[in-house]
Design a protein. Structure first.
Length: 96
């Protein structure tokens, strides 16, 4: 079973989730206070985007971690791998 071992990546994902949690609490508060459906739907959209981007970031961190473990490389190859992963993340982000 793959687990995210990079502490910086784990912290980043957790911080993103905490922000999304705050946004969800805000949506709950808006509903309780009787805000308009349009404003609430805008916040729902923001929460969904935040969660989607967090999922993408976590997935890319897993991929990077596993690729580095399976294919140890010299510095030149690592730079190429990092560039490829960054491009892939950008491409996948546009799909959402």
């Amino acid at each position: 079973m793959t687990v995210l071992t990079n502490e910086a990546a784990r912290t980043e994902v957790i911080n993103r989730l905490k922000r999304a949690e705050g946004q969800i609490r805000g949506v709950q508060r808006m509903i309780e206070e009787g805000e308009s459906c349009l404003k609430i739907s805008q916040q729902f959209s923001a929460v969904r985007k935040a969660l989607d981007s967090t999922y993408l970031r976590m997935t890319m961190c897993f991929m990077e971690q596993e690729l580095h473990q399976c294919f140890p490389a010299d510095e030149t190859q690592k730079e190429g791998l990092e560039a490829m992963l960054k491009e892939m993340e950008g491409l996948l982000a546009r799909m959402g």
